[in-house]
Design a protein around this ligand. Structure first.
Ligand SMILES: [Zn+2]
Length: 72
C-alpha cells in the first residue's frame, strides 16, 4: 500500500526503529559533506540508520547545490 518499501523495524534485531534526526556524512568528489538534522529511522540496538527516499532527495539537492566547481 502507501507504506510499501518503508522499513519500520530492523531486519537484524527485529526491533522497531526510532525516528530521529541525525548528522549525515557523505563523500562527494573527495570532499566530506556533513548535513545536520536529517530525519532518519534508527535502530535503538545496533544504531543502523535508514534515510527515507524523501530525505534522500533533499540531501541530493543540497549536495548538488554545494558541489565543488559547480558554483557559477
Ligand atoms: Zn538493529
Amino acid at each position: 500500500m502507501a507504506n510499501e518499501g518503508i522499513l519500520t523495524h530492523c531486519e537484524d534485531c527485529k526491533v522497531g526503529l526510532e525516528r530521529r534526526t541525525i548528522l549525515h556524512q557523505q563523500m562527494v568528489e573527495g570532499e566530506l559533506f556533513e548535513i545536520d538534522g536529517v530525519p532518519a529511522l534508527v535502530c535503538p540496538r545496533c544504531e543502523a540508520t535508514w534515510i527515507e527516499q524523501e530525505a534522500r532527495e533533499v540531501i541530493e539537492q543540497i549536495l548538488s547545490a554545494n558541489r565543488p566547481g559547480g558554483t557559477q
